[in-house]
Design a binder for this molecule. Structure first.
Ligand code: URA
Ligand code: SF4
Length: 223
């Protein structure tokens, strides 16, 4: 693991495990520099007693403006994939590894371009993700894309090598201290389906759906 960043979200995370109180506190987070240029913190949302928690990368342009996760194109695709996998969107909790939109502005007045968050930002923001995990205590945790997967599983984790596997969280202090032990599944990020070549989209979408269906099968009721 790389050295810890000097600043992290930890000092902004209150002791409560009430999701509304956590979300309120997150509005004032200055745990890394991403709060400077983004519109607002985009905290997770969904059912507090969800059996499944889904983690993406970071809010996109539309999420940054709306203040809610997965409401833009990637969110629409995720909604469709959840329906096809037989998962009720009303019964999941959806969040991101990083809570502020990171972007570049190629020229004044031009569209903001998504920029992948770096390891420092991911590690800085992880206390929020761990607090959400502790609050929701899902049976299944679905990590979508390399950023979410590496946030929870470590920077050496290779997503493509572990799709379709029933995983567990690593035994590191920040996680074992929480005393949560969800089944973990990894899949691609929904945006990667949109970014792929048009002729590959159907297959990539089908693979996302089957990963989600596999994840749903890890719930204890389904075991
Ligand atoms: N991509 C993400 O990872 N999260 C969102 O909320 C939207 C797009
Ligand atoms: Fe805080 Fe995360 Fe936003 Fe950085 S990205 S300021 S750690 S909420």
């Amino acid at each position: 693991m790389p050295a810890r960043p000097k600043h992290t979200a930890a000092e902004f995370v209150p002791d409560t495990r009430d999701l509304d109180d956590l979300a309120d506190a997150a509005t004032g987070c200055k745990g890394c520099d991403l709060y400077l240029d983004a519109t607002q913190t985009v905290f997770g949302g969904g059912s507090a007693d969800a059996e499944m928690m889904l983690v993406g990368e970071q809010p996109g342009d539309q999420e940054d403006k709306a203040g809610a996760p997965f409401v833009g194109p990637a969110g629409k695709l995720l909604d469709k994939a959840l329906v096809q996998a037989g998962i009720d969107r009303g019964r999941v909790y959806v969040t991101n590894a990083v809570k502020h939109f990171k972007f570049t502005l190629p020229e004044r007045g031009k569209r903001r371009i998504h920029k992948t968050p770096g390891r420092t930002e991911v590690v800085s923001c992880r206390p929020w993700l761990l607090a959400e995990l502790d609050a929701v205590r899902p049976e299944v945790l679905v990590l979508m894309g390399a950023t979410a997967a590496q946030s929870m599983m470590g920077s050496a984790f290779r997503l493509t090598a572990h799709r379709g596997e029933a995983l567990r969280l690593p035994e590191i202090d920040e996680i074992t201290d929480l005393d949560v032990d969800p089944a973990v599944a990894v899949t691609v990020h929904p945006s990667s389906v949109l970014r792929g070549r048009p002729e590959d989209r159907e297959e990539a979408f089908g693979a996302l759906v089957s990963d989600l269906r596999f994840a749903a099968g890890l719930r204890s009721a389904a075991r």
